[in-house]
Design a protein around this ligand. Structure first.
Ligand code: AHM
Ligand code: MG
Length: 321
């Protein structure tokens, strides 16, 4: 069984020009993920379940575990010395890590520390989503370093805290999945070179929000739920309300996930930098597609740290329907 550390060292060394910096950075994220895994697993026994009473900059209820996971990632990334700054769902602005042991780190990391956090209290799967870019500006890290297009991404991944805890990531050379063996504290390669099926009759959308959506979404849902034996409809609706969980199922089994534009929020709900771009990168690396309906997610201009985008992401033959 190959551990994640062995995998990165053996498979990714040439690609990273053997500096070891990206490997070290990934290890810092992995350390945070193992700690979050531990705490998520016993959340009901610690005083970290429930809401903090605050709202984030996006007006959403903040859960105690959101903040806990955010602080863990910041701590490990700051102490690790390979990251010069982070952008996170839970912080209004980016955080610069100045004077990082004078190592002159040149990576920035964007993350959603605990996605799907409305599921925390009911033991449903939740996840951490992250993406890594190289700092572009010559001096201290600045906002523009975080507002890069998805085509500039160096690596991205997510950790799903589900019935197993898995890390799925890519450095642009395919997608690999690692399952946490908690007894030895290591992520071990369990899903090498993931290729997403070209088609599967599963669609994922919050159908309860139909009144907010445009007519084309109504047409789409009507089409999915119509009876048609030749195309094996009606299709199956699967929607957990935790993007990591819905994405992970569709990545492995095929399907389509949609969070559309809404009449009162034309940019939808999900955030481009730390939710949509990393998932789009993984989906494309696994052979699927990710678009906002008009443009590849990875090619979209980003002008705001918490920018939102509609997203349609999944098996490539869905686009032919
Ligand atoms: P969060 O980052 O605050 O947890 O919100 C993002 C989540 C996604 O995981 C999920 O796909 C979506 O919000 C569900 O939203 P809705 O309840 O509107 O369907
Ligand atoms: Mg989220």
């Amino acid at each position: 069984m190959m551990t994640l550390t062995e995998f990165i060292t053996i498979k990714e060394r040439d690609f990273q020009n053997a500096t070891g910096n990206l490997t070290a950075l990934l290890n810092d994220i992995v350390l945070a993920a193992k700690t979050i895994h531990r705490d998520v697993n016993r959340a009901g026994l610690m005083d970290i379940i429930g809401a903090t009473g605050d709202e984030n900059i996006q007006g959403e209820v903040v859960q105690k575990l959101d903040i806990h996971a955010d602080q863990l990632l910041i701590k490990y990334l700051q102490n690790g010395g390979q990251c010069c700054g982070i952008g996170s769902e839970e912080n209004d602005t980016f955080i610069a890590f100045d004077d990082q042991h004078k190592l002159d780190p040149h990576y920035v990391v964007l993350f959603d520390p605990l996605d799907g956090s409305s599921n925390i209290d009911v033991c449903a799967p939740i996840g951490t989503i992250f993406s890594i870019y190289k700092k572009k500006s010559p001096g201290k890290v600045e906002l523009s370093d975080f507002l890069q297009k998805g085509t500039e991404i160096v690596a991205a991944g997510y950790v799903i805290y589900g019935s197993s805890t898995m890390l799925v990531f890519s450095t642009g050379r395919g997608v690999n999945g690692f399952t946490l063996d908690a007894s030895i504290g290591e992520f071990c390669l369990s899903h090498p070179d993931i290729k997403t099926p070209e088609m599967n009759n599963t669609y994922s959308i919050n159908q309860g929000g139909m009144y907010k959506y445009e007519q084309y979404i109504h047409d789409f849902v009507d089409w999915c739920s119509a009876d048609d034996k030749t195309s094996k409809r009606p299709y199956s609706l699967r929607y957990i309300g935790s993007m990591v969980a819905d994405f992970h199922r569709n990545l492995l089994k095929g399907g389509i996930f949609i969070y559309p534009a809404m009449k009162e929020s034309p940019q939808g709900k999900l955030r481009i930098l730390y939710e949509c771009i990393p998932m789009a990168f993984l989906q494309e690396q696994a052979g699927g597609i990710a678009t906002d309906g008009e443009q590849r997610i990875l090619e979209k201009e980003v002008t705001d740290l918490h920018q939102r985008t509609p997203i349609i992401i999944g098996s490539k033959n869905w686009s032919k329907n």
